[in-house]
Ligand binder design. Structure first.
Ligand SMILES: Cc1ncc(COP(=O)(O)O)c(C=O)c1O
Length: 406
């Protein structure tokens, strides 16, 4: 009898997948004694449970709606939900039609589908340094060549972006609002300049708008999609935007969307038909009703709660962190990005933090396509209670001081 040689049979694309440091970490950080700034997940106490009870009750008492929600549906996604998204985009200045929207199973499926449609081994894709790890996991399945572009406080460094396009890259994955992992946003000038560069080279931008609605202060700036206006033609632009209800409603529904020129959506729909036919009908119906009934009030509740947590974390960092540490001051989203002294490796610090200080965070290296950033870390203020945030930061700061002075 022969034993199966799994590694010989599994194709290279699938072998290219590596375990996410974040997912592995989450296993440990479940323990109650650990104050976790590691997970990028929303605060479950903010989930609108009562509204969901009513929505599900309505769906089971209204027989026609209930039966419709339990049936197969079209691959593009429910028309009512797509129309809601189109109206919401229009309110923020992006004029698109329902035929520009595909409902996906979270933004993550959108990233995977775009990777399958636009990437192939060796093809270049521009990513921010650092960038969202989950996107790079989706892209890596296609074994592209990453071209990392450094970021400053206003967005990607334009000379580097220009050089990347000039070198032949035609796809860029960018997150202009409250980026995961740094919390940074692009200035309006930088958004316009990035678009101008993309147009100059005929490049496509994948805009990740996962955190765009979690804005706590300052002006809400137009998305790249909204700025990508070509003679009022919704199919003429260069931006493909990914959206999601995971951060604004609940992640478990797995409802996201891709907004793209019609020709792209048509191909994505074929891809969806071939892979999973469509996203869960009932989940789409629930997401639609929840968004219709709860927004914008629920968004205000979220913003108030997360703003308070962010302020608590920043105040604790201002009070306790030594001068050798610097950090971002995000105006939205869920994350603060920490830069430690060069001599501190954040992976080693994490081991001590878990053992001695009972605090977790995500070492920053995983977010860099070139595995740099050893002295950086991502802290999420979203999940823990404010009291625990202050204590956890104090313990982490003490540890950093100790390690730095060794
Ligand atoms: C920047 C970013 N994009 C996309 C996603 C995927 O979200 P989902 O698939 O839940 O919509 C996440 C999740 O954490 C994220 O942080």
């Amino acid at each position: 009898m022969m034993t199966v040689q799994w590694n010989d049979l599994i194709v290279r694309d699938a072998r290219a997948l590596t375990a996410s440091e974040i997912r592995d970490l989450l296993k440990v950080t479940d323990r109650p004694e650990i104050t976790s700034f590691a997970g990028g997940v929303p605060d479950a106490s903010l989930f609108p449970l009562d509204a969901f009870k009513t929505i599900y009750a309505d769906l089971t008492t209204d027989e026609a709606a209930g039966r419709r929600s339990l049936q197969y549906s079209i691959s593009e996604g429910l028309p009512a939900l797509r129309q809601w998204i189109v109206d919401d985009l229009a309110a923020s200045g992006a004029k698109r039609g329902i035929e520009n929207i595909l409902i996906s199973s979270g933004a993550q499926q959108g990233l995977d589908m775009l990777a399958r449609m636009f990437l192939e081994p060796g093809r270049e894709i521009i990513v921010e340094k650092p960038s969202y790890l989950g996107a790079m996991q989706a892209f890596s399945m296609r074994r592209p060549t990453y071209v990392g572009v450094n970021m400053d406080d206003e967005g990607p460094v334009l000379s580097e972006l220009d050089a990347a396009f000039a070198g032949g890259a035609r796809i860029a994955y960018l997150a202009p609002d409250f980026q995961n992992p740094t919390g940074r946003s692009y200035s309006l000038e930088r958004r316009l300049a990035v678009l101008e560069l993309a147009r100059k080279y005929g490049a496509v931008i994948f805009e990740d708008a996962a955190y765009s609605k979690l804005a706590y202060e300052g002006d809400v700036l137009p998305s790249l999609l909204a700025l990508d206006e070509v003679n009022g033609d919704p199919d003429a632009g260069t931006v493909i935007q990914l959206g999601t209800f995971s951060k604004t409603l609940v992640p478990a529904l797995r409802i996201g969307w891709v907004c793209a020129p019609r020709s792209v959506i048509e191909r994505l729909v074929l891809m969806m038909q071939a892979s999973d036919l469509h996203v869960s009908t009932i989940n789409q119906e629930v997401a639609y009703r929840a968004a219709r009934d709860l927004f914008p009030g629920h968004l205000e509740t979220l913003r108030d709660a997360y703003r308070h947590k962010r302020d608590t974390m920043l105040a604790a960092m201002d009070e306790f962190m030594p001068d050798c540490v610097s950090y971002t001051r995000p105006e939205g989203g869920m994350f603060i990005w920490l830069t430690l002294p060069e001599n501190i490796d954040s992976r080693q610090l994490l081991e001590l933090a878990l053992q001695d200080s009972k605090v977790a965070f995500v070492p920053g290296q995983a977010f860099f396509c070139d595995h740099s950033g050893c002295n950086t870390a991502r802290l999420s203020f979203a999940t823990e209670k404010p009291e625990r945030i202050r204590d956890g930061i104090e313990r982490l700061a003490l540890l950093i001081k100790r390690v730095h002075n060794q």
